[in-house]
Design a protein. Structure first.
Length: 382
């Protein structure tokens, strides 16, 4: 997909566009891989796991759901991986805009993408059909919009060393606030679910509906370290675009750096726990490390070893991530699936098989849509 928005990609990799130093087929495939889990892949995988024995279910089942509070599962990496990819996309789009020389044109483009993405987020959660108390102001798309806004502006104005210092300041400052500064009106410090800084700030200052009742996991405070996740994507893109290193050396850096970040995050987690709902600094390092390792694995298989034959379905998804994400919100793909495998079909098999049929058809409908859009060269631009 062309450079279009914080959730969209550049022009999709395919046979009509050669991969260059500026671009990696692995990045397109990784974006599709990440979206795969958000458009029905998780339900399909869960259905398959349910058909397996209790040992497999006990090991893989929890990995396909969020941890209630502390810890990190595979599914807990999906959202930060997309924030990470937003940072990478910002580098590709901003480098092109920098060559145009007009700073006001750059600001206008960044602001336009931010506003449109934020507005789509509001629409995704119901738009303005309810009074303000019923509108979810901060959600997934809104967080992506805010992260893109700050990452793009910071990348436009500062060199990588300064960006690294800014990212470190955000993460360390977030840790100091939670660990050593009591929540106003209490003596509470730390990350207790009952009371913490993120919860307090959202309860006091965040308007509209909130995912957790009185506060939101994508609320005000946790957006700051999420910008740190986005900046990790900026650093990864700079390395990916660099002409100073071979593809193999870049893979080594991605895998080694990712492992180091993940280990550091888990060690930090002994004092500042790894918690997705608070987007703790340790969570940023753990998921950022995993994101780097995912990128390294995809680059190794696709760009270094040259095994690209399996990537096309992922590119279909990655070429229209925003379109399919919004489409599944506006159209009930599960209800459509019931028309094909509900009723008598579901009654003729076990509940586990019926669930597999249902999720498979729902996911197939998603894939049919992205395939059709890709074939017709229809891409949602922002």
């Amino acid at each position: 997909m062309q450079e279009s928005s914080s959730i969209d990609s550049d022009e999709p990799a395919n046979g009509t566009r050669a991969t260059s130093m500026q671009r990696s087929v692995a990045l397109d495939a990784l974006r599709g891989f990440d979206m795969f889990w958000l458009i029905g892949g998780t339900g399909l995988a869960s259905a398959i796991v349910d058909l397996c024995g209790p040992t497999v279910r006990s090991v893989l089942g929890p990995q396909l759901d969020h941890r209630p509070w502390e810890g990190c599962t595979f599914y807990d990496v999906i959202f930060p991986l997309f924030v990470f990819l937003v940072g990478m996309s910002a580098v590709f789009s901003m480098d092109r805009l920098k060559t145009e020389g007009c700073c006001w044109k750059v600001y206008r483009r960044i602001l336009r993408r931010f506003v449109m993405m934020f507005a789509l987020g509001l629409i995704y959660y119901g738009g303005l059909r309810n009074p303000l108390p019923g509108v979810r102001v901060f959600g997934v798309l809104q967080r992506l919009a805010v992260c893109y806004l700050f990452a793009a502006l910071l990348y436009y104005h500062f060199r990588p060393r300064t960006l690294a210092a800014i990212a470190a300041t955000i993460l360390i400052g977030y840790w100091i606030l939670f660990s050593f500064v009591p929540v106003p009106g209490t003596n509470v410090t730390g990350t207790a679910q009952e009371m913490n800084w993120a919860r307090y700030i959202d309860e006091q200052y965040l308007p509209g509906a909130k995912h957790e009742g009185t506060w939101d996991a994508n609320g005000i405070m946790s957006t700051f370290p999420a910008v740190g996740t986005c900046l990790l994507g900026v650093f990864a893109a700079k390395l990916l675009k660099s002409g100073r290193h071979s593809q193999t050396r870049k893979v080594v850096y991605f895998l080694g750096g990712g492992l180091a970040l993940a280990v550091l995050g888990w060690v930090w987690g002994f004092q500042f726990p790894v918690i997705k709902k608070l987007w703790t600094s340790s969570y940023v390092l753990v998921t950022g490390g995993y994101s780097l390792m995912f990128l390294g694995v995809f680059c190794l298989i696709i760009d270094v070893w040259g095994f690209q034959w399996w990537t096309q379905p992922l590119v279909w998804i990655g070429a229209n991530p925003l379109t399919i994400y919004m489409a599944r919100n506006f159209a009930d793909f599960n209800a459509f699936a019931d028309r094909f495998v509900g009723g008598s079909v579901a009654a003729a098999v076990t509940p586990e098989v019926a669930y597999l049929f249902h999720t498979a058809v729902s996911f197939a409908l998603s894939m049919a849509l992205v395939w059709f859009l890709y074939r017709k060269r229809i891409f949602l631009r922002l």
